[in-house]
Ligand binder design. Structure first.
Ligand SMILES: Cc1cc2nc3c(=O)[nH]c(=O)nc-3n(C[C@H](O)[C@H](O)[C@H](O)COP(=O)(O)OP(=O)(O)OC[C@H]3O[C@@H](n4cnc5c(N)ncnc54)[C@H](O)[C@@H]3O)c2cc1C
Length: 506
């Protein structure tokens, strides 16, 4: 696995030259203005890649109605910042790694801590200090389920990593289905249609392992059950492996860094409508927007409009409050169905109530992270003692009897009674009610990436799986897609049999 990873990094670095030289061969004039709606990791990475492909002359405007970073955000407790949204990054997320390197940011390694699974009454699985003992216990309780699961996740990841080679060679995909088909054939597409539990059962993973371990991982990462599709399930399980990291100072620094590096203009405004306007045999798009102030409230300033050659929508269209509509399209754009799942992230500074978990003496409570099973009536999905975004060399986790900062994920805001159950006492609670990720199973299929001639939709990819790297990967794909469509290089889009083609190209 590590060999594959190294070769992917090498390929990514060496072959970006191939794509740049491809770009240089094109004669057609670049577009003059491009707009991106949303300055989360998806929108800012799109600005970065569009700049790479279209060159320095193009004006790139990024509209943001709230805060740069979007679902990458921090809250402050006792003068220290903590991640309240997207927090962990897998070691094989090569776009995120590349951004951190290019922007001169630093990695923040996760600090070790033990995990246990709670079923509402007791811990049913507890990590110890001894790796071999943990393996033996897993085998004793679940047979070879965990090895089967591990092999499955690695196989999915190995195929997923083909995307880095395809993109380094400049290939783009016009839909999520084409992209998945190219990475893992029809098996990958089927993985977006059947549940993770069904797929794992078929592999011989036991129902008990699915209920006690896999469910806990789905609940902490996506707030949903083991009925979520297998593809996002595999991404979720990859996020439970070792070798996770985050960005020192906060993951959102990647977004502001990419915006600066791309020399994009940040426009603090809410885009309200997008309408097409015929321009010869092509289209331009009129964006109407209302400026917002620092707090994200719409200022008294008059609404304005601007015309663009290319527009990328980098925010989920199913989220309430986006306030974006498409007008004047004939035929009308397809309805984007489905809804987003609410996850409440409560950052609590206080003393964990260890006796709720069956530990009368808090000094003996050894866990930094508690996962939960899908038990009716259980009011939280997970609770974890978290580290600030800046970790000094002297940093150590708090002892269980000390006040610490905990992140609790739940479906609903925690009420006073629930907080009292989980915490003996607390100094502060800061809750963010996220429209966090798709409510899988509520959309009829995978949304389109291409909405109209020069109008693209990045967040369609979240319906395969929602994660920072997925948005970054989709950003690169959309930049390539827009570039090739603009220059009519259609042979670079939706090519079949890329695994073989790329081998023979090298
Ligand atoms: C609680 C939580 C935990 C998570 N944990 C992880 C994790 O550990 N690892 C991981 O990889 N991923 C995680 N994720 C998922 C990850 O955060 C998202 O997939 C990713 O940040 C999405 O980025 P985006 O740019 O596509 O969308 P967003 O970050 O949502 O960005 C969209 C932006 O568009 C703006 N916008 C919306 N409408 C308009 C408009 N009309 N005009 C102008 N601007 C507009 C919004 O204000 C927003 O800033 C988590 C998410 C949540 C909520």
């Amino acid at each position: 696995m590590s060999g594959w990873w190294c070769s992917c990094i090498l390929t990514l670095t060496c072959l970006s030259a191939v794509v740049e030289s491809n770009s240089a061969q094109v004669d057609s004039a670049p577009p003059s203005k491009i707009a991106i709606v949303g300055a989360g990791i998806g929108g800012t990475a799109t600005a970065h890649f569009l700049r790479q492909h279209f060159g320095p002359e193009v004006r790139i405007d990024v509209y943001e109605k709230a805060t740069v970073g979007g679902r990458l955000a921090t809250v402050t407790v006792n003068h220290q910042e903590y991640e309240s949204g997207g927090s962990i990054i897998h070691s094989l997320n090569l776009h995120m790694q590349d951004f951190v390197k290019q922007l001169g940011l630093k990695y923040r390694k996760s600090v070790a801590g033990k995990t246990a699974v709670f079923n509402g009454e007791e811990f049913i699985l507890e990590e110890t200090d001894w790796y071999l003992l943990d393996l033996f216990r897993l085998w004793w309780r679940y047979g070879f389920s965990f090895i089967r699961l591990q092999m499955w996740v690695e196989e999915v990841m190995e195929k997923f990593m083909r995307i880095y080679k395809y993109q380094a060679h400049g290939y783009a995909f016009s839909s999520v289905e084409e992209l998945l088909q190219s990475l893992g054939g029809s098996a990958f597409i089927n993985m977006t249609r059947r549940s993770v539990s069904e797929s794992l059962l078929e592999l011989g993973v036991s129902q008990r392992f699915i209920d006690e371990v896999v469910a806990g991982v789905m609940r902490v990462n996506y707030g949903q059950s083991v009925s979520i599709p297998a593809f996002v399930g595999a991404v979720s399980l990859a996020g439970a492996q070792a070798n996770l990291w985050a960005v020192e100072g906060g993951n959102k620094l990647v977004c502001s860094g990419l915006l600066n590096a791309a020399k994009a203009n940040l426009i603090k405004a809410k885009v309200t409508t997008i309408s097409p306007q015929a321009a010869g045999d092509a289209f331009q798009y009129r964006l109407s927007y209302s400026p917002v102030d620092e707090k994200g409230t719409e200022e008294g300033a008059a609404a304005a409009a601007e015309l663009y050659d290319i527009v990328v929508v980098a925010t989920p269209l199913q989220v309430n409050g986006t306030g974006l509509s498409f007008e004047g399209f004939d035929p009308p754009l397809p309805e984007i169905g489905g809804s987003y799942h609410h996850t409440v992230a409560s950052i609590v500074h206080g003393y964990l109530n260890c006796s709720y978990f069956g530990f009368a003496d808090p000094k003996l409570f050894p866990f930094a992270s508690v996962l939960t099973t899908d038990t009716p009536g259980l009011f939280f999905n997970s609770a974890a003692s978290i580290c600030p975004v800046n970790i000094s060399a002297a940093f150590r986790r708090k002892q269980p009897q000390e006040a610490a900062v905990w992140k609790v994920f739940s479906q609903q805001p925690l009420d006073k009674k629930e907080l009292k159950k989980l915490f003996k006492s607390y100094y502060s609670v800061q809750a963010t009610d996220w429209q966090a990720y798709p409510q899988y199973g509520t959309a009829p299929g995978l949304p389109p990436l291409l909405l109209h001639d020069g109008l693209y939709y990045l967040n369609g990819v979240e319906w395969a799986a929602s994660a920072m790297e997925m948005s970054a990967m989709a950003a690169k794909n959309i930049a390539l897609l827009a570039y090739h469509r603009w220059n009519r290089q259609l042979e670079m889009i939706d090519q079949k049999d890329l695994v073989h083609k790329i081998k023979t190209e090298l």
